[in-house]
Design a protein around this ligand. Structure first.
Ligand code: TYD
Length: 221
């Protein structure tokens, strides 16, 4: 067990820049795990719990354009801390698989990198609020900046209100820093973070993810 503080379950997170196909791949994996008869608990950040949903509203509200980067970071961790207490830790303790759409790596990439707060402060926040809770496996969907943004913007036009776009509609430089930060996270923690090419066909990526997750089950636990 790589994550003793978390109990016997398996904690998998999905990460990646906007438009990387992360949420689609997560849906496919969860369905496949459930078809195998495994119990899977899902989390989403920011959000995931009732309290997290309220925090998410503040984060995405276009009225909140004056939000300081540190406020944004603390709210992300408020949502995450609640999800850890209410959903993630109890499910892991029951021996379930927890799959989370984003976790602390998103704060490293978006607030640490994108907002230029730096990794150290984000990691300190994580230790303070979530001591000992780390994913066993992180699936990082990487995507070329232009392709990711054009996909995300198409999606925003189709099915999102203006409000939901507050965090998506940042400048090109911001998204460049986010992607760079993700690549750095993968390089710093290659055992945990496995990178996949989000530009490949959905089926090809989902097969590779399945191979990697299956290997996780074969590890001595
Ligand atoms: P969401 O609508 O969930 O988008 P996505 O499908 O891309 O996950 O919005 C989440 C947004 O919040 C996304 O732009 C990434 C951002 N975010 C952070 O900036 N920091 C964080 O810690 C998390 C979890 C998300």
């Amino acid at each position: 067990m790589t994550n003793p503080a978390a109990g016997r379950g398996l904690f998998i997170t999905f990460e990646g820049p906007d438009g990387s196909g992360k949420s689609t791949q997560m849906r496919i994996l969860v369905e496949r795990l459930r078809n195998q008869g495994r119990v899977v608990t899902i989390n989403q950040e920011p959000g995931g719990t009732g309290i997290g949903q309220q925090v998410r509203k503040i984060l995405l509200d276009p009225e909140n354009h004056d939000m300081a980067p540190l406020t944004e970071l603390l709210l992300m961790f408020a949502s995450r801390t609640q999800a850890a207490a209410e959903t993630i830790r109890p499910a892991l303790a029951r021996g379930e698989i927890v799959v989370s759409d984003r976790f602390t790596d998103s704060s490293l990439a978006y607030q640490g990198g994108g907002r230029e707060i730096g990794f150290d402060l984000v990691l300190a926040m994580h230790r303070l609020a979530l001591s000992g809770l780390y994913p066993d496996l992180t699936i990082l969907l990487d995507i070329d900046l232009e392709l990711g943004l054009s996909r995300a913007r198409g999606r925003n036009r189709e099915n999102r209100s203006g409000g939901e776009a507050r965090l998506d509609e940042q400048g090109l430089e911001f998204h460049k820093r986010v992607r760079e930060a993700y690549l750095q996270i993968a390089a710093l923690d290659p055992e945990r973070v496995v990178m996949f090419d989000g530009a490949e066909p959905i089926k090809a990526v989902s097969e590779k993810i399945w191979q990697r997750v299956s290997a996780e089950f074969l590890k001595a636990r």
